[in-house]
Design a protein around this ligand. Structure first.
Ligand code: CKP
Ligand code: MG
Length: 312
């Protein structure tokens, strides 16, 4: 495997109409979860991506497994669990500027994940372990598992890549801050947004955020700046990459996961940091042009033709 990740994937329902969801009568369903969004992005770009998780032994669990497998991700380390259901969530589009997420994932199958779900060899043979701040928010056993997976990676020289993905609806602020900072201390590459830097350190300047993560031990920090692109800082090298201009953002959710896929893809292809960050910005931008979290992720051909057609 090039990249292995562990986390929850759910069925996502979106009302066909905008406005308060209580009036919605029809919903479309998709599959989404930060970790599989990134793994699918990598698989579409031709990399070997593997997922560790649990889903329920139910119709939604089966649907997630066949979808993620169909996108080219290895699901051999995903278990279907009896006694707990697959999580679901809703994306309520009240108005273009007001999108609300409603989770129905408490005590879900994935929240039962625990250290014994980690196959050491599976992580040991991979190049990167990709962790997001969502998995440790799911339960205490998920927190234990996250740290255990990172210990296995460290022991075997596998690089740890971390997207803080703060989800304040899922856990208490103090526990979130403490846990995410502990994960950051063990991570090699960190991909925060400005609001995550603010949440963790109470500072909102990208250079300061990068510096603080370096002080915790990170070798590479890439701060996502949305429409302003991204700032990267690594081994005495730093710089700013302009965002790719998008005419109309259809759905911003999933952009961060696409960004991670683009960056890891660039690093796996041995691009220079600057080029890898540019690929991250491009993939992140492409995700926002399509409804759904993974549907806008490009394969190689789509990525190249998008770059050719973008105004430089
Ligand atoms: O930070 P992003 O918008 O890239 O993440 C979106 C994902 O995993 C989405 O797919 C959802 O399932 C989640 O984050 C989550 O649990 O909030
Ligand atoms: Mg994010």
């Amino acid at each position: 495997m090039d990249v292995v990740s562990v986390g929850e994937t759910m069925v996502l329902f979106t009302p066909e109409t905008t406005g308060q969801m209580r009036y919605a009568k029809q919903f479309s369903s998709r599959i989404a979860g930060a970790e599989t969004n990134t793994l699918i992005g990598l698989a579409k770009l031709g990399h070997q991506a593997g997922w560790i998780s649990r889903v329920g032994k139910d119709e939604f669990g089966s649907s997630i497994l066949s979808f993620v497998r169909g996108e080219g991700v290895d699901v051999s380390r995903v278990k279907q669990t009896t006694g707990a259901s697959t999580g679901i969530f809703f994306k309520e589009i009240v108005s273009e500027k007001n999108v609300r997420i409603h989770y129905y994932r408490k005590d879900s199958a994935a929240s039962l994940l625990a250290p014994q779900d980690i196959d050491e060899d599976y992580i040991a043979q991979s190049k990167y372990l990709y962790i997001t701040g969502i998995t440790p928010a799911l339960s205490e056993s998920c927190r234990d598992m996250t740290f255990y997976a990172m210990d296995v990676a460290k022991k075997n020289g596998v690089q740890i890549v971390f997207d803080p993905n703060v989800r304040r609806k899922l856990w208490d602020d103090e526990l979130a801050r403490k846990t995410l900072l502990r994960i950051a201390e063990k991570s090699d590459i960190i991909l925060p947004g400005i609001s995550e830097g603010e949440f963790l350190f109470n500072v909102n300047h990208h250079k300061e955020i990068a510096q603080l993560f370096h002080q915790l031990g990170a070798k590479v920090v890439v701060v996502k700046l949305g429409e302003q692109g991204a700032y990267y800082s690594a081994n005495n090298e730093s710089g700013h990459i302009e965002a790719v201009r998008i005419e109309h953002v259809v759905d911003p959710v999933g952009a961060g996961d696409g960004f991670a896929a683009g960056l890891l893809s660039g690093l796996l292809d041995d691009l220079e940091m600057k080029q890898a960050v540019a690929r991250a910005c491009t993939v992140g931008a492409m995700v926002t042009t399509v409804n759904g979290d993974v549907e806008g992720l490009p394969d190689r051909d789509a990525l190249e033709s998008f770059i050719r057609s973008s105004p430089s």
